[in-house]
Design a protein. Structure first.
Lengths: 320, 246
């Protein structure tokens, strides 16, 4: 099994990419290290959303709510309790997954748009809690100066920590993607009725997917706190959910790694175009329109189709 | 093996199934016929749990299954195909069938083991038996209509059913494809000892393949019997076959 993996080009390419990213902070300016770290956190959030959207075909319209729940949980534990740091780091994702389970259990009874609408309302409820409960959450000021352990408090430490956690999460997600669970989830996306007719409990399957996805969203929330040392209600706002949804579409929601590219493009746009004009979302909008017309499968979907096409051409040439 | 007794189902005021009775013996090929709108598809949906009946009973292997959801009924041993080609269009042909086999083997919720190594032999065997083994790597959505219908049967087989319900298995097929498909169904019935329940518009197909035929009209069962007996029935001729010349 392992020898097969070692033979794959993509495996070695990923290792090389990882090593380059590990090496980068020592040569690039601090600002770029920070932007890369933001991309990593956002990429993890987008990847987690894609488990339900791309693989599961569910209209998870308010995914940021769970990101925020994860971030607020760890922030509150670190700031207001004497619990050890690791307890906060574990509680973040678990609380997010619990929120995912509860909200998901309501939403899963509905389909398509109704699922999405109910989720926006229930997610906005969480946002309202974070926004209004001044004594606990600091309201719209949020919480700042959250104590982070020394070894990851500085930017470079945070960068390495985030990169390693992201890598581990991506490996786990890839295993899930390729597992029987992943295959069945994709089948239920394509055709839930048919999937039930071969004996799959589709609702339970999709709810499990939501729990897994919200868990990873919670991990991303924890990473956000590690990077920024603060939380604020915007983390749970539906606008962010929409942005993350767009990242999935942009990168290619039927591919595994597409959302990473989507996150990288969106964050870069916000940072570099946002420096010139506050209307950077207009550029994003135009890109999105072009995308729908010319690359309906997303950037990654387009690249994969090109590569496959090349493989087929090569095979045909060899056959001749 | 399967018994349907006085089944009723209405949508608002429309009585789609209004007193349907059906018996399916183990190992038999049973056809349901009737004019458009007679309630054939609704009857199948009631049996496999896609719809809930208003009254009446569905008994499978001496066990009432009328109130169970589709995925539970599938586990009891009834698989089905749908009238419109109902496949997983974005997955490969292999995966389409593998998902069904994984579900049958209760492996659908395994998280960390590559699916590419599980139930490969079983899946290949099914694809071979329906004649799709040269197309396993194709994306299912790109198959021809006839192949999609065959793939549907393959997916249903993946659930290792005792009873296979096919809703118009040859709809939209060329005469050539129809012949191959019916030969396939007969082959599966013999080689696997499967019981088939199907509905079909093509009378030639029905009267050559089926061992027992149930005729429906306006949601009601008129008669169930051997092909010759059904052909001779006056009510059937009037209602369906278009007078005595049929």
């Amino acid at each position: 099994m392992f020898s097969e993996i070692l033979l794959k080009k993509s495996f070695w390419a990923s290792i090389a990419f990882f090593l380059i990213l590990m090496f980068l902070p020592s040569v690039i300016p601090r600002f770029y290290t920070y932007i890369l770290a933001v991309i990593f956190v956002t990429a993890l959030l987008a990847m987690s959303l894609n488990i339900v959207v791309g693989q599961g075909g569910l209209f998870q319209f308010h995914h940021a709510a769970f990101y925020g729940v994860g971030a607020y949980t760890v922030a509150l534990i670190l700031k207001k309790t004497g619990l050890p740091v690791w307890a906060g780091f574990i509680a973040g994702p678990l609380t997010a997954a619990l929120a995912g389970l509860i909200i998901g259990a309501f939403c899963i009874r509905l389909t398509n748009l109704y699922f999405g609408m109910l989720q926006i309302s229930l997610g906005s409820l969480l946002w309202a809690v974070a926004f209004r409960w001044y004594s606990l959450t600091g309201g719209d000021d949020g919480l700042h100066g959250i104590p982070i352990p020394d070894f990851i408090a500085a930017l470079n430490g945070a960068y390495y920590f985030i990169l390693i956690v992201l890598t581990v999460c991506l490996i786990v997600m890839y295993l899930i993607y390729k597992s029987p669970f992943g295959s069945t989830l994709q089948a239920a996306r394509d055709n839930p009725e048919r999937c039930a007719a071969v004996g799959v409990n589709v609702q339970r399957l999709q709810l499990s997917a939501i729990v897994i996805a919200t868990f990873f969203a919670g991990v991303a929330g924890v990473l956000f706190v590690v990077l920024e040392h603060s939380v604020f209600p915007d983390l749970l706002f539906w606008v962010l959910s929409l942005e993350v949804f767009i990242m999935c579409l942009l990168g290619g929601w039927f591919t595994f790694a597409g959302p990473i590219i989507g996150a990288a493009i969106t964050i870069s746009l916000r940072t570099f175009a946002g420096a010139y004009t506050e209307y950077w979302t207009m550029i994003l909008g135009i890109i999105l329109i072009l995308l729908i017309f010319f690359l309906p499968e997303g950037v990654m979907g387009f690249i994969i189709a090109k590569l496959r096409g090349k493989d087929i051409e090569m095979a045909e040439k060899e056959a001749e | 093996m399967l018994r349907v007794e006085a089944l009723h189902k209405s949508f608002d005021d429309f009585k789609a199934v209004n007193g349907a009775d059906l018996h399916v013996k183990k190992g038999a090929l049973v056809a349901v016929i009737g004019p458009n709108g007679a309630g054939k598809t609704t009857l199948f949906n009631l049996i496999t749990g896609q719809l809930q009946s208003d009254s009446g009973r569905v008994v499978f292997n001496e066990e009432e299954i009328s109130k169970l959801p589709p995925h539970r009924i599938c586990k009891k041993g009834i698989a089905r195909s749908f009238q419109i080609a109902n496949i997983f269009p974005r997955l490969t042909v292999f995966k389409n069938v593998q998902v069904a086999v994984l579900s049958q083997q209760k492996m659908s919720s395994r998280l960390f083991y590559p699916a590419s190594r599980l139930v490969v032999k079983e899946t290949d065997a099914i694809l071979e038996s329906v004649g799709l083994s040269d197309k396993t790597a194709y994306i299912a959505g790109s198959l021809s209509h006839g192949d999609k219908r065959v793939l549907e049967i393959a997916i249903a087989l993946g659930a290792e059913p005792q009873l296979l319900i096919l809703d118009e298995p040859t709809a939209g097929m060329s005469p050539e494809e129809t012949r191959t498909t019916m030969a396939l169904i007969r082959h599966l019935a013999q080689s696997r000892g499967l019981t088939f329940l199907f509905c079909e518009h093509d009378m030639e197909v029905v009267f050559t393949v089926a061992q027992s035929i149930m005729v429906m009209r306006q949601g009601e069962t008129i008669i169930q019997g051997a092909p010759l007996e059904v052909k001779a029935n006056e009510q059937v001729q009037e209602a369906y076959l278009g007078g005595s010349d049929a």
